[in-house]
Design a protein around this ligand. Structure first.
Ligand code: SAM
Length: 258
């Protein structure tokens, strides 16, 4: 078992702890990117000017730079949704995939990421040679597509795909098991305080068929996270790949239980 993340974390909002393991420095995105995010990011209802000033302060997008798989990766983040932030499970999983690229060989493998958020994990999988489909809710896909495209174009063996995948919805029609078979399913920090844990498990079961390896990296925060972990352990054959106690992050490998 690996325990490789030794550097300190910074505290973000209530339960979002963003760790700085490979982050070099915060840098401003190009001006046009900022404008694009501002237009997308604000609610449509009318707000008073002083409220806009407050919201701008909170939602201002920024650009974070990482180094994985021998490449510099620039990720546009924002505080306007959970999917626009980089979570500790994603950083831990990227580091794990990079450090263990012989055991988890992604070269020429079909990889699905669920709850991809900013796309950092999918980008690293792509750079490691995988054919990747990054999925999330519709409102996340704009920033996800932007990050994936700017960090993989001309650098990867396969052009990554981005698709809507709402956990538990329309899986048999949109992703029939007879057609959509993945070597790896990746999931980082998809378990936190939300109401879709049943749907998440259904989604994991839908994609984790014989021949597929599911890798789930998560910071454990709540009692509900622990309960989900118990259900996860009952649903699959499980190995703990890595544990980062100081981050409370665990990385599990799951395969279909015969
Ligand atoms: C905590 S964020 C983690 C993002 C990214 N994996 C990371 O670790 O940086 C959880 C992600 O799951 C997505 N998500 C939440 N509920 C979902 C649902 N019902 N169906 C699909 N995706 C969902 C969110 O949009 C968000 O991108």
């Amino acid at each position: 078992m690996d325990n490789y993340l030794g550097k300190p974390k910074t505290e973000g909002r209530a339960f979002i702890n963003v760790c700085l393991v490979t982050r070099k420095e915060d840098a401003r995105c190009e001006e046009e990117d900022v404008n694009e995010q501002e237009e997308d990011g604000y609610p449509s209802e009318r707000v008073m000017p002083w409220e806009v000033v407050e919201k701008k302060k909170i939602w201002e997008p920024s650009c974070e730079t990482f180094s994985f798989a021998g490449q510099e990766i620039n990720i546009k983040t924002s505080l306007d949704s959970f999917g626009a932030l980089i979570w500790p499970g994603a950083l831990a999983l990227c580091q794990y995939l990079e450090n263990n690229c012989e055991q988890i060989d992604l070269m020429d493998k079909a990889v699905l990421e669920i709850g991809a958020g900013t796309g950092l994990v999918s980008i690293v999988a792509c750079l490691l040679g995988a054919w990747v489909t990054a999925t999330d809710l519709p409102n996340i896909l704009g920033n996800l597509t932007y990050n994936i495209s700017r960090n993989t174009r001309g650098r990867c063996r396969y052009t990554p795909q981005v698709a809507t995948l709402a956990w538990g919805h329309d899986l048999k029609c949109a992703f029939p098991s007879s057609i959509f078979r993945y070597d790896y399913v990746l999931a980082a920090d998809v378990v936190y305080h939300h109401d879709c844990l049943d749907e998440l498990l259904v989604t994991m079961e839908h994609f984790c068929r014989p021949g597929t390896t599911l890798i789930w990296s998560n910071k454990v925060r709540f009692e509900s996270d622990r309960k989900f972990t118990e259900r996860f352990k009952n649903a699959f054959d499980i190995t703990v790949l890595a544990e980062i106690p100081q981050e409370q992050v665990k990385i599990y490998k799951a395969t279909f239980r015969m």
